[in-house]
Design a protein around this ligand. Structure first.
Ligand code: GRF
Length: 201
């Protein structure tokens, strides 16, 4: 399966998936990495791995619809079959959603539907979990729709919140689980053990 990444920052989830492809754990081929951030770790990692890397953002294409179309065209140009969001901070546009109906997935660092939606990303999620007093958090992988963190849930794994945890210590524990759960879930999609929903359902 040809997989593509959209990533804005560090790209550690992307790297764990690339590593799984390289080791043969995952029967998938990373074909392109797109980032809205020219200085992202994700683009640097793509270059280091010899994967085509594209910086596409409002800085290079000011019109929102044109940018969306360019992202969709770029993904199509590399014959992408599954789009993987890995810390991508932008909303996916209608052209990209239409080009990959129910074929875009995202990872969120808690148990959705809690602590999701616009503005809930990165450390803000972990801070909200700690402030709530919840005894567990986790990881969610879901299909991407036009709304933040709203599509069908494909996989979830719980992670305990420990006594004295800070947002940082919780984030570290959650990230380790993200790296394994994302690879496992993509492997299940590739093998057909997880069926992606029909678009619009
Ligand atoms: C992860 O915590 C992921 O759940 C969230 O953004 C973070 C990305 O980290 N969507 P990285 O760029 O993969 O290291």
């Amino acid at each position: 399966m040809n997989i593509a990444f959209l990533a804005s920052h560090r790209g550690s989830n992307m790297q764990s998936i690339i590593d799984a492809c390289k080791s043969g754990l995952l029967a998938a081929r990373p074909v392109v990495v797109i980032s809205n951030n020219a200085d992202s770790g994700a683009l640097a990692r793509a270059q280091a791995e010899g994967i085509p890397a594209h910086h596409l953002s409002s800085k290079s294409i000011a019109d929102e619809d044109e940018l969306d179309k360019c992202i969709a065209d770029t993904l199509l140009q590399y014959e992408t079959e599954l789009v993987i969001l890995a810390g991508y901070m932008k909303r996916i546009g209608v052209s990209t959603l239409a080009a990959f109906p129910a074929r875009i997935i995202n990872i969120h660092p808690c148990l959705l539907p809690k602590y999701g939606g616009q503005g809930m990303y990165g450390m803000r999620v972990h801070e909200a979990v700690i402030a709530s007093g919840d005894k567990e958090s986790g990881v969610t992988i879901h299909v991407v729709t036009g709304e933040y963190d709203k599509g069908a849930i494909l996989a979830q794994r719980k992670v305990p919140v420990e006594e004295g945890d800070s947002a940082e210590s919780l984030a570290k524990r959650v990230l380790a689980v993200e790296h394994t759960l994302y690879v496992e879930t993509i492997a299940n999609i590739v093998s057909g053990n997880i069926e992606l929903p029909v678009a619009g359902s």
